[in-house]
Design a protein around this ligand. Structure first.
Ligand code: B12
Length: 206
């Protein structure tokens, strides 16, 4: 669909205002939210990812694209939220210590909120103790950890250990995700659940 291609192209150029307008237009035209997200915003972000890997674009370009992605996604958020639904549970989510990537984490958060869960966003660079203390203080049933760097994935194991030490392991499910994370890794560190993308994370958390 032309408009979805335009969203992707403008996102790659970091044109946040145009992305926002096009996302609004696409939604007004009745294109499903999931399709706008997948074929517009995420498609653009994935091309930027490839170009970043191949040194065709650099950090500043990625940052403006990320900003456009977040602005477009923020517009979709209320459309995903099921109006007036009472929170079905409480989740705390964050990107692990040492890692500043938050686009995927924000998407998972949005999807979970859309499913009626109350989500406490701990942001990025989150220490294992912070996840566990928040889960205790706020009574969260799920801790969600995101990592995009192979060098920070190991922090997730620390979260599992700290939850164990704090005596809350049986009461809290630990979900892990992010591009380098796999089911094997999830099993290895003793986490409860891994999903490859935000949409599945939403279903599993329900
Ligand atoms: C955007 C980006 C950045 C931006 C981040 C902006 C931001 N606000 O997030 C900036 C420019 C800051 C950046 C910096 C760096 N980056 Co960077 N970045 C990326 C890039 C291009 C896209 C990531 C992204 O947002 N993808 C889109 C989202 C939607 O996908 P996602 O995060 O995977 O999330 C999905 C799933 O994984 C899942 N998910 C995510 N989290 C969770 C959590 C749970 C619980 C669940 C269930 C699911 C789930 O759901 C999401 C949606 O479906 C990737 C390349 C790539 N292809 O991934 C590199 C990439 C991750 N970066 C990389 C690197 C090396 C860096 C830097 C070290 C570069 C540098 N030399 O400075 C720094 C590190 C900074 C730091 N300390 O964190 C490498 C990592 C290599 C590795 N194997 O470790 C990558 C893979 C690029 C590459 N190929 O070299 N980066």
């Amino acid at each position: 669909m032309r408009i979805l291609t335009e969203i992707s192209e403008n996102l790659q150029k970091g044109k946040a205002t145009i992305v926002k307008e096009l996302v609004q237009q696409a939604s007004d035209e009745g294109i499903p939210v999931q399709q706008i997200l997948d074929e517009g915003l995420l498609a653009g972000m994935s091309i930027i990812g490839e170009k970043f890997k191949n040194n065709e674009v650099f950090v500043p370009e990625v940052l403006v694209a990320a900003r456009a992605m977040n602005m477009g996604a923020a517009l979709l958020k209320p459309l995903m939220a099921s109006a007036g639904v009472e929170a079905a549970g409480k989740v705390c989510i964050g990107t692990v210590k040492g890692d500043l990537h938050d686009i995927g984490k924000n998407l998972v958060k949005m999807m979970m909120e859309g499913k009626g869960l109350e989500v406490i966003d701990l942001g990025t660079d989150v220490a294992p103790e912070t996840y566990v203390q928040t889960a205790i203080d706020q009574g969260c049933q799920i801790i969600c950890c995101s990592a995009l760097l192979t060098t920070t994935m190991g922090v997730m194991e620390e979260v599992v250990k700290k939850a164990d030490e704090a005596g809350i392991r049986s009461k809290v499910k630990i979900m892990v995700g992010g591009a380098p994370v796999t089911q094997t890794f999830c099993d290895q560190i003793g986490a409860d659940c891994y999903t490859a993308d935000a949409a599945v994370a939403m279903c599993r958390s329900a």
